[in-house]
Design a protein around this ligand. Structure first.
Ligand SMILES: [Mg+2]
Length: 338
């Protein structure tokens, strides 16, 4: 588990609280509307805000959206999707921030459009050699006898003009459900690749294979020290270090959410329809105490583990309405429960 440490790396965070592109637009107005410096909900999208197999989740999402608006929360999507894909989904409320492509791109809403945080791209670029990563992965795919395959947008032999590769993410499929095989694949890749992060996640909607995202690992400095990590967790830490809100929560359902749910950056919500691998990871934790669905983990980290009846946005709203999980504002959120 990665944590803030007291390492004395130089800060990459400018002293001004809201550097461009965060300084104007709806995000800045929401942060300024609160006396505590602002509040942010960082949430995964698929199966955390909306369930693909459950049309009723839309009404829960609408209730959550109204509750967040009433409390002037900034809504940040933290997702494996890219921005064009999300923009084609009218069922989603427009987020103030999108931490896209597994946290390798940060987009900020401005006048109805989204601006890329280029400073974050520069940070990732200093820790990443995409050409070397792809070359090593090509060798691994060639020797893995059908176990590994590039996902369509990252196939080096068949580029897709409609879906260009993302600069700081290379994604593959791993065709196994066997944890022993998965472990062996991970060890071989770690030995073959330049320094980078390997993030595996299993999708129950698409069984028989794991998604593997190969991502840069980078360092973010904030008030609490220095954090080294990757993917969604790194992007959340980066945004927290830039905006320093008074309140922040993070929500997710699957393997690529575990980093940001468990690293202790802010109180975390695991929805009731979480994947088996996410459930297993949480069952392996050693909480100091437990009050209903809320686990108190070492370091004061709170984790709301929703019961199976609380799916997606319903779980997020129930957590924010829990006086144990969100003592400061539970009463206000409770008014939006069904
Ligand atoms: Mg998800």
């Amino acid at each position: 588990m990665k944590r803030f440490t007291d390492a004395s790396a130089p800060s990459t965070v400018p002293a001004d609280r809201l550097p461009p592109p965060y300084a104007t637009g709806p995000l800045a107005r929401r942060l300024a509307a609160r006396t505590d410096g602002g509040a942010i909900l960082f949430s995964d999208v698929d199966n955390t805000l909306v369930c693909r197999d459950d049309p009723s989740s839309q009404a829960d999402l609408e209730r959550l959206r109204r509750a967040l608006d009433a409390h002037q929360y900034v809504l940040a999507f933290v997702t494996g999707n890219d921005l064009p894909t999300l923009a084609r989904r009218p069922e989603l409320p427009p987020p103030d921030l999108v931490l896209a492509a597994v946290g390798t791109e940060i987009w900020v809403r401005q006048n109805g459009a989204y601006l890329l945080d280029e400073a974050y791209q520069v940070l990732l670029a200093s820790h990443w050699d995409r050409t070397a990563v792809v070359a090593a992965l090509q060798r691994a795919v060639a020797t893995a006898r059908g176990l590994l395959e590039f996902q369509p947008r990252d196939r080096p032999d068949r580029p897709r003009p409609d879906q260009p590769p993302q600069p700081f993410k290379v994604s593959l499929w791993v065709y196994t459900e066997d944890p022993v095989v998965l472990q062996a694949v991970e060890e071989q890749l770690r030995a073959a690749l330049p320094p980078c992060a390997l993030v595996f996640s299993y999708d129950t909607n698409d069984p028989g294979r794991y998604c593997l995202d190969v991502l840069p690992e980078a360092t973010v400095s904030g008030d609490g020290g220095t954090y080294r990590g990757s993917g969604k967790a790194l992007a959340v830490r980066y945004v927290l270090s830039r905006l320093r809100p008074g309140q922040a929560f993070v929500a997710g359902d699957s393997g690529n959410d575990l980093g940001m749910l468990l690293d202790g950056a802010c109180p975390a919500i695991l929805v009731g329809n979480a994947t088996p691998e996410a459930r297993r990871a949480v069952e392996g934790l050693r909480p100091e105490r437990r009050v209903g669905p809320v686990l108190f983990l070492p370091g004061g980290h709170r984790l709301y583990v929703a019961p199976p009846t609380e799916r997606a946005a319903r779980a997020v709203l129930a957590a924010l309405a829990s006086p144990v999980f969100n003592p400061a504002e539970a009463a206000g959120f409770r008014a939006f429960l069904p």
